[in-house]
Design a protein. Sequence first.
Length: 487
Amino acid sequence: MAKCTAIIDIGSNSARLAIFQNTSKSGFHLICEQKSRVRIGEGAYAHHGRLQKAGMERAFNTLESFMQTIVEFKASKVVAIATSALRDAPNKDFFLDRVAKKLGLHIKIIHGKEEALYGGIAASNLLPLNDGITIDIGGGSSDMALIKKGEIVETFSLDLGTVRLKELFFDKDSDIKSVRHYIQSALKALPPSFQATTAIGIGGTARTLAKAIIQKSGYPFGKLHAFSYLLSEHQGYLEEITTSKMDILPSYHIKENRHDTIREGTLILLEILQHIGAKKVTTSGVGVREGLFLHRKLSKAPYRLPINSNPSVKSIRDRFDILSLPHGNKKEIARKLYALFASKLDKPEKYTKIMETLFDLSNIGKVLTIYQQNRHASYIAMQELNYGFTHKEMALISLLLYTKNKRGYHKALYKQYKTLLPPKKTVKWLAFIYTLTLILHRNSAKATHTFTLEKETLFITSNKSLYLAMEAISEMKKLGNLAIKIG
């Protein structure tokens, strides 16, 4: 097994274990994730920050189980961090010493700005964006990173958290105006530079709300990572959650395990969004754990993965392209055809990244069987192509990987994701370029081809025999009045 790194993140509300496997220098993927709502900070904010016995016991039992899992996965590195609840607790040493002696686990307490840095590293590397502000609402603090042109330029931590607000206000049935005033007073400490039209939601509150919006709006794509919504379209809905009674929350598509703190988290989020001038929220499926992993992997600032190196694409190829089939002239053929038919596409510049990725992944379905390889490739991409792509890009890549010579693009899949996909004409031309490229490549991976388009006829010549390609091309799904002549 490749080297694995285990990251343990102990927050005020939950403790999480994430185990990442390196597949190559720039490729990695998540192979294990465990979580427990330890609520180590429960009761602390009402007792001057002191950790209570019940919360510490839950946390210890969870960490003991995490360590068993880490041994099973043979992780070569274990990194454990703790955030706000332990950071603020005057009796934290008692808990830390017990964990160190009994479990052999040494927990590092990190400051809020460091927590914000890790969230920023994850977002800037693994989301398809260059600018924005990350908002990670935890149980005790809200940590933020300002990202410009793909780099983290500033971080900040606010003493605003769901458990903190619950114990100080909501458990006491305080007036909502007093809670807002408390949040707004805390926000005055935020530097004036923290202004952005795009907010990046990290953590349980942001993901819970994104899931609810996906469900209530009938959004066709099930992934949370990179899901975006306009605040103007959902602000009323979010405002209703903040004042809702607990027993009404299911009608807002909020899962039961989030009922106790979702009103507090939503209120914090809304006030921060208004304060920074955000118009859009992009949901991040990654956060502190991924950021800490990348911080160690990349080792020095600005903690950026190499340009044009996508960890999802690299990891998929490392794991599924194990036949090591030659890619040969595949991309060269595709670029020539793409240039020739660019005028047929609605916005050709939008799809160059799509086509590059398609041919990087075109062999992955063969790892299971050559039969239904298109279907396998599409499924793998749909599940594993997570980092650095929008939902529209993920859906289009998965659709095109399903393309077959005789049938063209997959009609049922297009219908399912139609609202995320480009016009049907564009899909047909992209599918045509993809299919023709693979046919010519399979015929000879080392041939040099020349393409000429005259009116409605594509002429193909090559320095190698195209005998086998001719039959496959004759069976291709016809596209309008286009004819193909092989010379």
